[in-house]
Design a protein around this ligand. Structure first.
Ligand code: FE
Ligand code: CA
Length: 513
């Protein structure tokens, strides 16, 4: 196998260079830790055909805001074909940057497409846990499969992360986490454990919050099982915030948001290229899985117009009827102009067999009847009906093949057909939607879900009573979605089962059955 040999020689040559001449931003201190430093686990993300982003953070005491000193610390990483690291294909060094809470974001290239790898970090004579990750298939290949796990909404207090343990045991190729990775506020009652800190507002506060979440072994297992794609929703900062405005109308909100965004980056396997000028975090982008799947990750928080018709003296969401005329103002955006333009181009240029919109919340209308007409919750797409129209027009114009919308946020499983005119059930079906339930966060009442279902015939399945994730299996001709649910998040060893399975057939938009 000459190709393979040449590849390995190249990999070793490049790795050796990287090892002898580490590119250090400034002198790194020799690593010496008061305790085991890899307490927050490892993670990987943003796979491409020849590379991956590896993450860890040095935290000998996860709850010590000082961290392991004021200096950057050099960390070694290794990527191997086998679990025992006897066939290492890439190795190098990266800096755990003091200014980033000693987080490491190491970009690895020179890997082979479409294969699994094992990785670990080494520092101060200690080794991290071993993670599994994989590269995307080579461009032009569509005979592959993608087994994708869709997860969101993990309030630490409201349950054990047992769904993550089951997710990891299924060994998906990729995990898409679509928001509410942390919750800033504590909840009263029904708690299985408590936040150390309620309602952080500073960088130190958000770091402590993330550290607490990331000490959870089931969450660590979900990160170590496969690469992740991430986007955020509101609770990574504060409930119902919109762009530059919090629901409490705090005049210092942008400072709070900057602290929260920074802590988010420090704790997730994101490429440093997400950091943009002016404090922007560019989470939206396209991720190719060969030519089988194009995953279009969206960000509907950072750039959105403020919610329509908030309660008096407040920002944030409301439930409004037809009297809220602001709702129908055409210019209101959920993605922001730049992201709308980008998405339009990305859809138009997509040659993939499946186009997955990986975004935060329920796309299809979910109004509830009232004497004055349908009432809508203003925080989701229902609060931005013209932005939804523009998205669907863009989808139709692009002729992107087999679009499927994935979401979260509403703490319920919704399976729906998306119509060209989303409010007209007689208009053609253009996409299928799977909105996944929460890992732990509590759902809304069965009564409300029944009312939503009854008023919205495009919704085929709705259940807010159970927690879990969605296991998606995309092949050439068919996409399958299994709604995986746990018995109870109050039981750390709760079993998992499949509540329902749905299919989408290539070439036939919408839910096939
Ligand atoms: Fe949530
Ligand atoms: Ca949310």
């Amino acid at each position: 196998m000459p190709d393979r040999r040449v590849f390995l020689q190249r990999a070793f040559a490049v790795a050796a260079t990287a090892f002898v001449f580490p590119r250090l931003a400034r002198a790194a201190a020799p690593a010496k830790f008061s305790a085991y430093p890899f307490t927050l686990g490892v993670a990987s993300g943003s796979p491409v055909a020849d590379g991956i982003l590896l993450w860890t953070r040095l935290a000998p005491d996860p709850f010590d805001a000082e961290g392991p000193g004021r200096d950057d610390i050099e960390v070694r990483w290794e990527v191997a074909q086998d679990e025992k690291f006897s066939r290492i294909v890439r190795r190098g060094t990266a800096l755990a940057v003091a200014d980033r809470a000693h987080a490491v974001h190491a970009e690895v290239d020179g890997l082979e497409p479409g294969r699994w790898y094992h990785y670990r970090f080494l520092a101060g004579g200690e080794a991290s846990a071993t993670g599994r990750t994989r590269t995307a298939p080579a461009p032009g290949r569509d005979d592959d499969r993608l087994r994708l796990a869709l997860a969101s909404c993990q309030h630490y207090e409201q349950g054990w992360f047992v769904a993550h343990r089951h997710l990891a045991a299924e060994s998906p190729d990729l995990v898409a986490f679509v928001g509410d990775y942390i919750y800033e506020r504590s909840r009263k009652g029904g708690r299985v454990r408590t936040h150390r800190l309620d309602n952080p507002r500073t960088l130190v506060g958000y770091r402590l919050h993330y550290a607490q979440y990331k000490t959870d072994p089931d969450l660590q297992a979900a990160h170590a099982c496969a690469p992740w794609l991430c986007t955020w929703d509101d609770h990574e900062v504060a409930n119902d915030y919109a762009n530059d405005r919090g629901q409490d109308l705090d005049p210092a909100f942008l400072e709070r948001r900057a602290a929260a965004y920074r802590a988010y980056f420090e704790h997730l396997p994101l490429r440093p290229s997400v950091l943009r000028e002016g404090g922007e975090y560019r989470l939206y982008g396209a991720h190719a899985w060969g030519s089988l799947v194009n995953l279009l990750v969206l960000d509907d928080r950072q750039y959105r117009a403020h919610q329509a018709c908030p309660r008096a003296g407040r920002g944030g969401s409301n439930v409004v009827g037809p009297s809220c005329t602001e709702l129908a103002r055409p210019g209101r955006t959920l993605l922001g102009e730049a992201q709308e333009r980008w998405l339009d181009g990305a859809l138009a240029g997509s040659k993939a067999r499946w186009n997955l919109l990986v975004q935060q919340t329920l796309l299809v209308p979910a109004g509830t009847p009232s004497p004055e007409g349908l009432k809508h919750w203003t925080d989701g797409w229902d609060g931005y009906p013209w932005a939804r129209r523009r998205l669907l027009d863009s989808l139709a114009r692009s002729r992107a093949a087999n679009p499927v919308v994935l979401g979260g946020d509403v703490h319920a499983n919704y399976v729906a057909d998306v119509h060209a005119d989303p409010e007209d059930p007689a208009s053609p079906i253009v996409a299928a939607e799977f909105c996944g339930t929460s890992i732990t966060s509590e759902g809304t009442s069965a009564k409300r879900v029944a009312a939503i279902r009854a008023a919205n015939p495009h919704i085929h399945f709705a259940d807010a009573s159970r927690r879990g994730y969605v296991a998606i299996d995309a092949g050439r001709d068919r996409l399958e979605a299994r709604l995986r649910v746990v018995d109870s998040v109050h039981q750390p060893d709760s079993p998992v089962s499949t509540a329902a399975t749905f299919h989408v057939e290539a070439g036939r938009p919408g839910i096939a059955g």
